[in-house]
Design a protein around this ligand. Sequence first.
Ligand code: TYD
Length: 209
Amino acid sequence: MTPGFFISFEGIDGAGKSTHIEAFKKLMQDRYPDREVVMTREPGGTPLGEQLRALLLDAPMNLETEALLMFAARREHIAQVIEPALQAGKIVISDRFADASFAYQGGGRGLSLDKLNALERWVQGRADGSLLQPNLTILFDLPGEVAEARRSKVRAPDKFEKMDLNFFEKVRQEYRRRAKDDPKRFHLVDATQTPEVIWNGLKQLELQI
Ligand code: TYD
């Protein structure tokens, strides 16, 4: 156990997590004025990780290569940012973390669970044998076609956002499977609701910080 608290935001592209994450950071800061709140993202979060992000979101690549680079960026992120902040008692909010690799590279592209579990153990394993996981994962869940309709309104799609509906349905199902397996860690948000209703729900979340 570390003195900090680790929150991740997840969901398929177009689910609306970006609409709420900045406001959620402010909510945490207001609610816990004595704790520093650190906002970060994956892939990215470090200078090296941001360079890897640019490659990952643009260049087509072999599936194993993609998974290894995602986890390489994550290793750097954990070592440079997440673990030091948690050890210092900070609240860390990350726009995506390892569940995204299980959902996108696993569910979406079909990388085996064995390989993902091995990478997770390698990259998130701690000296005491435990795995670094978020204390809370807020999952924005909605059907792929609703997300697709929202995405097309905004901006030019990156490599993942160009994938078809079938891909996003598989990503969604893997997120949901993981949420079902770990109901204590996951908070599921019905992302078809209006932003106001979603925000009211987030404000009422009770956290064991
Ligand atoms: P996203 O978080 O949606 O950022 P933005 O809002 O700027 O588009 O983009 C990150 C993309 O990377 C998203 O499509 C999911 C993908 N991704 C993976 O495929 N695997 C991972 O492990 C992570 C962290 C992200």
